[in-house]
Write a protein of this length. Sequence first.
Length: 263
Amino acid sequence: MYKQVNLFQKPHEILSNMEEGYCEMKANEHAFLCGLMQEKKPEKVLEVGVAGGGTTAVIMKCLEYVNPDAKMYSVDINKECYRRKGKQTGYQLEEVKEYLANYANHKFLLGGVLPKFIEDIGVGIDFCVLDTTHKIPGELLDFLCVFPYLSDGAVIVLHDVAHNLLGNSIITYATKILLDSVTATKYYEFRNEISNIGAFAINRETKENIANVFSSLSITWAYEPRLVEMLAYRDCYKKFYDEECMELFDIFWEKNRCKLTGK
Ligand SMILES: C[S@@+](CC[C@H](N)C(=O)[O-])C[C@H]1O[C@@H](n2cnc3c(N)ncnc32)[C@H](O)[C@@H]1O
């Protein structure tokens, strides 16, 4: 059922040119991500969840090898790096720009959730990395937002699909729920040390079964995004999804909101 990825190690080396090799993905996870990029040679890449930008730089380096004209967009809710106070989110990309011939093809979109930026990014996204909260609703909301903007066969990479088993938190399973609820061609090396990263390529059946992803929003939410953000996601969904999907969204948002607020 799960497809294998030929690992591509080299792009990860760009981290050695940074002041500090801070990055939340490991070398073998980058090799998985870059192996998929080498296979797909994407034209338009979207990353959601940036932190210092270590992975941003690895992806740009990989694009330089596999498709130097490709464009990349990186979205993060925080303008300031959430783990390096005083530094801008993505600051590490700037540190290595002289090593990236394609540096001008990259754009940061900071300080908001994906619905704020998705129309400007536009359709034709063929490679997307989701790596944000890992807590429900987290990446489920972002996938449902980006899905209508993906091109046929687009690949979605999900980090921390085993975080609940490997990390300190037991509720960080949003990317795993997405991987399991979507109908798609899946890449998941669950037997070995890269079991913490997975991916899927959308196919003809993804759209007809998309209600399953909306339905997974019934799983208990760990937090509720701000109302303005939830309404932005809802507006985005309303443009593309049918009544049943919208009902699933509204019902499970309301039930989870009541549960979280105790009202
Ligand atoms: C796990 S870190 C990303 C790590 C990065 N991909 C790497 O490999 O180093 C999570 C990031 O997601 C951002 N984030 C959290 N919620 C978000 C959301 N709803 N939309 C966009 N970014 C979000 C945080 O500000 C943080 O920078």
